[in-house]
Design a protein. Structure first.
Length: 146
């Protein structure tokens, strides 16, 4: 090569192809990741919605024996059995399939914990084919305020 002479045009040929392929690969992974994250978010919303509804149903299931014996105070009296029955009934009505749920009450407030395992879109790529566990917790209290 002589000084001042431009390089031969063929010496740079093909060098942009790997760069373009890497850019397309990164863009595709970003799109697939956004779709997978959106699917996981929507599954979480479904579980949370079902859990919220179950907690509200349980909070409105008053213990009638305690209600008649003591009357209405600042909140409806609740029992664990009544809360569990209300949660089971509400979850059956919603049609959302859960892997596990639990209901606990302190006599005034109900706390419901719901868990569901789901396969998300492109989970094979980001989770190695493993299912994603979604868990939601909801609490409710049925006040009898003024």
């Amino acid at each position: 090569m002589h000084a001042g002479r431009p390089p031969h045009p063929d010496s740079e040929r093909g060098s942009t192809l790997p760069f373009v392929l890497v850019c397309w690969l990164v863009a595709a992974l970003m799109v697939f990741g956004a779709i997978a994250a959106s699917d996981a978010f929507l599954e979480q919303q479904r579980v949370q919605s079902a859990c919220d509804g179950a907690a509200l149903a349980a909070a409105n299931q008053a213990d009638e024996a305690a209600l008649y014996a003591r009357g209405v105070g600042t909140a409806l009296p609740l029992t664990a059995a009544g809360a569990e029955a209300a949660v089971a009934d509400q979850l059956t009505d919603t049609g959302v399939r859960l892997d596990a749920w639990s209901a606990a009450t302190d006599g005034i407030e109900v706390t419901v914990r719901c868990t569901r395992t789901v396969q998300i879109t492109f989970g094979w790529l980001f989770l190695a084919g493993e299912p994603l566990e979604r868990t939601a917790v909801a609490s409710a209290r049925a006040p009898t305020g003024p």
